[in-house]
Every structure is written in C-alpha cells, then in structure tokens.
Design a binder for this molecule. Structure first.
Ligand SMILES: [Zn+2]
Length: 312
C-alpha cells in the first residue's frame, strides 16, 4: 500500500509526460493535416502536372505519375500508380490516346465514380489534326489549344471544390494571360527564321500542332505515336528530303533515344550533305528544376529558342 502511494506520483507524472508528447506530436504533424485539407490530384504527364499546379495553386496537392523524359505513349501504370489514383480526389489525363497503354486503368477510375478529367475534352473536333482519322494527341504544342485544356482543368476543380470557385477562376485568368504572352514570344522567335527555312525535323511527329500554329513544316522520323519503330525506309526518305532541301539541323527529343536521329544524320552524310544535331527539344514531357524548364511555359521557351537559333 505504502509502495503504491509512493509510486503513484511517478505514475501520474509518466501519464502526463506521455500525453504531453502525444499532444505535441499531433500538433507538429501539421503538414499531414494540410495535405488532407487540399484536393489531391493525380496527373499523368508532366505537362498536366504543371497545369494542375498552375490552376489549383495551394488548394491542391498534385502527384504526377510520369517524370521528365518519360514517354507517355509507352507508359504503363504501376501498382503504386493505381493505389495513388484510388486515393486521389481527382485524376487528370491528356486523352486522344496519348496514354495509349493506360486505357483500362483510366476507364476503371472513371467507372469508380471519381472525378476524372480528360484535358483534351474541351477541344473542338475541327481544331484537331487527324492522320487517317486518328487524332494527333500532342495538343500542348499549340498554345491556344493548351488554353482550352487549362479551362477544362479549372472547370473540373470548380465542380469538385465549389467553395474555392473564385480562387480557381482568378488563377485561370492570370494563367491565360501568361499563355498569351508565351504565344506572342513564340511568334516573335519564329519570325526570326526565314520562311523557307522553317522546316522542323524531329524523332517523332509530336510537333504537328506547333507547325500548324507557328508556320513550320514538320516531319518526324516516327509517326504520331512512338509505339512502332522507325524503319530504314523512313530514314532513307527523310534523309533524301533533308539533303535536297539543305536543312541545317535536325532535333532530338527529351523523351526518346537519340540513336534514330543519329542514324538519320549519317544517312544525310551519305548523300553528301551535312545537317547538324540541333539540340534537344521537350516533346512529350517538360524538363526539370535544375535546367529551369520544369514548367510548360519555360520548356516551350527552351524549344523555340533552340529551334530559332539552329534554323535561322
Ligand atoms: Zn508523342
């Protein structure tokens, strides 16, 4: 009895100390609390991850599935990706079969009743470039089409989080201004390249919308998807074209191996003409913080600066 009496204050102190630390840990876990207070978005490509952040600001936490340099045509969702999607409030994908190997995964998300946004949804049929009736999915290369994608993402956020409707609308408005500035910049830079030199040759047909919007003839070694390999006939045909038209430079893409373009340069050499490796362009992914190209706008500027410098 006396022993218990002696130990009782110790026990009380211990309980107090433990509850103090429990309270303390609950308070210091604020970051976790904040995360649950925001809308959780899972996006597929790096362009969309940036777009979701631009529009959602501090009301959203965005998890991008694909990193910089990842090819979306070939990307397969991992078990971890599916877990992330399952626990997200919203999923954003690009559409028009860009994520060609994620169709079932995206359908399953749509079927679960989750808010799933297809960024290409707001783009009208007659704005799409089609090859044999298949729409070209690389819509981000025409700034005016990416503006439509921004509107679609904003609309989705408004529907999901009506309380912050004005916040999203304001961010959209300001982002549309930034896009208009980018569009003018791309036009100015394009104008530095003489009209007869505006031929853009890249590893795959990602730049069709770019060509249409900014007045470049565009030729890719592979088709609008990277799923089928470029054959020797493709290399040969393109090499003829480059040698005949004396095109100064061809470009590699950040999300594709350089070997196909190197084979093309060699084939041009065999035709007694030398074309340069004109540097790399961001095609199906944007860059990273280290290179200052981690936003859609900065990656697009990198591209047009590189193109203008090499072709003018
Ligand atoms: Zn592509």
């Amino acid at each position: 009895m006396t022993l218990l009496k002696k130990r009782l204050p110790c026990l009380i102190t211990a309980v107090l100390v433990i509850s103090f630390f429990l309270t303390l840990s609950a308070c210091t876990d604020a970051s976790h609390y904040d995360k649950r207070e925001t809308i959780t978005i899972v996006s597929t490509t790096t362009m969309l991850t940036d777009l979701a952040k631009q529009i959602g600001g501090d009301k959203v936490t965005v998890f991008g599935l694909m990193g910089s340099g990842v090819d979306p045509h070939q990307y397969r969702a991992s078990a971890g990706d599916i877990t992330k999607m399952n626990s997200a409030d919203m999923v954003i994908y690009s559409g028009l079969h860009l994520e060609g190997k994620m169709g079932d995964v995206i359908s399953a998300q749509e079927g679960s009743g989750k808010k799933v946004i297809c960024a290409a949804d707001g783009i009208t049929e007659d704005s799409l470039i089609k090859n044999n009736d298949i729409p070209d999915p690389h819509i981000w290369f025409d700034v005016s089409l990416w503006k439509e994608a921004a509107k679609t993402v904003e609309k989705g956020l408004e529907e999901l989080d009506a309380e912050n409707k004005d916040y999203y609308a304001e961010r959209l408005e300001s982002y549309i201004e930034d896009l208009a500035e980018l569009d003018s910049y791309v036009r100015e830079k394009s104008a530095e390249v003489p009209e007869d030199k505006r031929v853009l040759i890249t590893a795959h047909d990602a730049f069709g919308y770019f060509g249409r919007a900014y007045g470049f003839e565009v030729k890719g070694l592979q088709g609008i998807s990277t799923v089928s390999e470029a054959g020797t006939a493709d290399v040969s045909r393109l090499a003829d074209f480059i040698a005949e038209n004396r095109i100064k430079a061809v470009f590699v893409e950040s999300s594709l191996p350089v070997k196909n373009i190197e084979a093309l340069i060699e084939a041009v050499k065999a035709r007694n003409f030398e074309t340069n490796l004109g540097g790399f362009l961001y095609s199906d992914s944007i860059g990273d913080e280290k290179n200052g190209t981690d936003t859609y706008i900065s990656a697009f500027k990198h591209n047009i600066d590189t193109i203008a410098e090499e072709l003018k």
